[in-house]
Design a protein around this ligand. Structure first.
Ligand code: NAP
Length: 296
């Protein structure tokens, strides 16, 4: 069994971006600039946004954090995005989810200029992804694809089972794995809460992507020998032994599943770190497209 080390892979992605950014600066060009909107003070959202901003700084990117109060109106959120859309010095815009219930997620996503949609959630980005056109791929599925490529994991002709069909993880990774490509070309089964024979489906899988948000859901009896297991789940579980009072748990019963796998991602230290690296890559590509009309 080999651990898919998100720390190592994300570092290699970020180091390359850091070098490219330093090269831009040496040419007196400005660095890529990510704007993040954070509404309210949800603990997990605060942590995710802080990490994104920190990673921007470490890579040499510019970043702006726009905080809005939890009682902000939908119109104010849309106006804020409208202003960021117009700013020439901002390449990428992300709005940290989840949003307060009175703010429509779809309206917010639709209002972001597709040229700055570095989260890849806009319907224009989704449509292009489905058609295999160059676009911004949602960061978590993109991070998983980068990880498969880094480790040279064989995927062609393999049966991949994805558990979870959200627009940000399950559905896009199912599409990407099914497309043509050296680290794709899988036969994909997309499962969800209405799937009746999940254990049987998973037991036949060469690759399993668990993205449902239920700690320890994927157990050893659902996984065949030498499977590749990608654990996307991140759930905060109360843990008095931690200073924070919680531990992060994945969707896989790691201790029992890992010995059966050829490759597996840990939680933490796996897909989460790749998500941030992929977001930075999207931001860099947005910068190139906007300033030079090209991506590398
Ligand atoms: P989500 O929107 O809540 O979607 C969960 C999906 O899982 C749904 O499609 C749901 O099916 C399915 N599901 C729920 N219970 C199931 C069951 N018993 N059997 C089969 N399928 C079941 O979640 P998400 O946003 O995709 O996130 C999933 C997990 O990934 C969460 O833990 C989240 O925190 C984590 N996450 C991690 C990263 C990262 O960077 N590592 C990024 C994003 C999300 P239905 O559609 O039928 O309801």
């Amino acid at each position: 069994m080999e651990l898919l080390d998100g720390k190592k892979v994300s570092k290699s992605v970020k180091d390359a971006l850091k070098l490219e950014t330093a090269r831009l600066r040496s040419l007196q060009l400005r660095a890529p600039h990510l704007a993040a909107i954070l509404i309210g003070h949800d603990g997990a959202s605060e942590t995710y946004v802080a990490s994104k901003i920190k990673n921007c700084e470490e890579t040499g990117f510019l970043s702006s954090l726009i905080r809005l109060p939890v009682e902000v109106s939908e119109k104010e959120v849309l106006d804020t995005i409208g202003q960021l859309n117009k700013r020439d010095d901002i390449d990428g815009i992300l709005v940290q989810l989840p949003l307060p219930v009175h703010v429509s997620e779809q309206q917010v996503i639709n209002s972001i200029d597709p040229a700055k949609d570095v989260d890849g959630f806009h319907p224009v980005s989704t449509g292009k992804m489905v058609q295999g056109m160059p676009t911004f791929i949602p960061a978590t599925p993109y991070g998983i694809m980068l990880m498969l490529e880094y480790y040279g994991i064989p995927t062609i002709g393999k049966h991949a089972v994805v558990i979870g069909r959200s627009n940000i993880v399950g559905r896009p990774i199912s599409i990407l794995l099914s497309q043509q490509g050296t680290y794709a070309n899988c036969t994909v089964t997309l499962c969800h809460s209405r799937t009746t024979n999940l254990k049987e489906i998973c037991s036949g899988a060469d690759i399993i992507v668990a993205a449902l948000g239920k700690p320890g859901f994927l157990t050893a009896d659902m996984v065949k020998e030498n499977a590749v297991v990608i654990d996307v789940g991140i759930t905060r579980v109360a843990d008095d032994s931690k200073k924070s009072g919680f531990a992060l748990k994945g969707d896989v019963d790691f201790i029992r599943v890992a010995p059966k796998c050829s490759y597996i991602t840990p939680v933490p230290g796996g897909v989460g770190l790749m998500t941030i690296a992929a977001l930075l890559k999207n931001t860099f590509n947005a910068y190139l497209l906007r300033t030079q009309g090209d991506t590398n």
